[in-house]
Design a protein around this ligand. Structure first.
Ligand code: PEP
Ligand code: MN
Length: 360
């Protein structure tokens, strides 16, 4: 898996880079599907998405039009030339999607979490040349995401990619699914040639944030966007709040900045960046030195505690430190969350050092 060059399908297909996949959350009727597809025909979107089987949180909501809607997607392809993409949730969906010659199959977030379901799908589409995209699992678990991709790869599915759609969280957030950008970045670092498409629609859960999330995705060099698009979003049968009109999609695409992957050496901006990076390296070095110095003092404190036979954790003192650093940090323009996270990590390491001394 490590050596595989995943990017070939994206390069070979002469699709736009970044790849733009657009279309409604759900295929509602033949008319609706064709209306959106025709509106997308001359935009940056080269792939048309529509959910045919919808994984709903509770029964009773609209669960998709099922297999018959695959014929509508075929019509989209004939009439507009757009490639088609559909979510598959089990082996039967997968087989039907192949029968209807759908170009891109994607595995939804609720399916990626289930290795049994992914394995069944992988076996059902063994050796397919179709493109298969794997959404991140609902929980922020990179290994589970990679595991799903590996299951497909082991079954001879080679044209693989990933979709970053954010992660569920109990924490209150402006996002429907928090982006946790470090996870797709870690995936990219592990498999540099695996295309990763960002799905701002399911991250935001509303229309307002879609531009910002898309721009961040492009700034982080993700390979494309999948954006839910509907001609009458307010009336959509699923995910009404987050769908945008084709006109808004065009506006967003016109405003997004696609930046160069890297500076050319010798460029003025490159020299500036190079100097700044040297400064950062120096500061990082100083940070580490200071931390090591702090740990040396901590070890002496450990010795004093051992002599006095007192407990390692002195909670009142720890609370005082935390309060003080949060205030000082705020004065220096650092957020409370950041300072707390850093000092909790430092405190944990300090306790480990003291434990070593006390138990020696
Ligand atoms: C979808 O793309 O419509 C969908 C159901 O997404 P997810 O699996 O990310 O929730
Ligand atoms: Mn949706």
């Amino acid at each position: 898996m490590e050596k595989k060059n995943f990017s070939t399908w994206l390069d070979n297909m002469e699709l736009n880079h970044p790849l733009v996949i657009a279309g409604p959350c759900s295929a509602e009727s033949e008319e609706q599907v064709l209306e959106v597809a025709h509106a997308l025909k001359n935009t940056d979107a080269t792939v048309f998405r529509a959910g045919v089987w919808k994984p709903r949180t509770r029964p009773g909501a609209f669960e998709g039009q099922g297999g018959k809607a695959l014929a509508w997607l075929q019509k989209v392809k004939q009439e507009t030339g757009l490639l088609t993409a559909v979510e598959i949730g089990n082996a039967q969906h997968a087989k039907l999607a192949l029968e209807f010659d759908i170009d891109i199959l994607w595995i939804g977030a609720r399916t990626t979490v289930n290795p049994f379901a992914v394995q069944e799908i992988a076996e059902a589409i063994q050796g397919t040349k179709k493109i298969v995209l794997v959404k991140n699992p609902i929980n922020p678990d990179l290994a589970l995401w990679i595991g799903a991709i590996e299951r497909l790869h082991k079954c001879g599915v080679e044209n693989l990619g990933a979709i970053h759609r954010g992660f569920s969280s109990f924490r209150k957030s402006k996002y429907r699914n928090i982006p946790n950008w470090q996870i797709p970045i870690d995936l990219k670092n592990k498999y540099p040639s695996l295309p990763i498409i960002n799905d701002p629609s399911h991250i935001c859960g509303e229309r307002e944030g879609i531009f910002d999330v898309s721009q961040t995705a492009l700034d982080l060099k993700l390979d494309g966007l999948m954006i839910e698009t509907h001609c009458n979003p307010d009336e959509a049968w699923s995910d009404a709040k987050q769908q945008i009109t084709p006109a808004r999609l065009i506006e967003i695409m016109d405003t997004l900045r696609v930046r160069k992957p890297r500076f050319e050496e010798g460029e003025e901006a490159y020299n500036k960046l190079d100097a700044l990076r040297k400064e950062i390296n120096n500061l990082d070095h100083q940070l580490l030195e200071t931390l090591a110095e702090r740990m040396a003092v901590v070890e002496n404190i450990g010795l004093a505690k051992k002599e006095g036979n007192v407990a390692i954790l002195q909670n009142t003192r720890w609370q005082e430190i935390l309060k003080k650093v949060v205030k000082e940090g705020k004065d220096q323009g650092l957020t409370k969350e950041f300072v707390e996270n850093i000092f909790k990590a430092i405190h944990q390491e300090s306790i480990a050092h003291q434990k070593k001394i006390i138990n020696a």
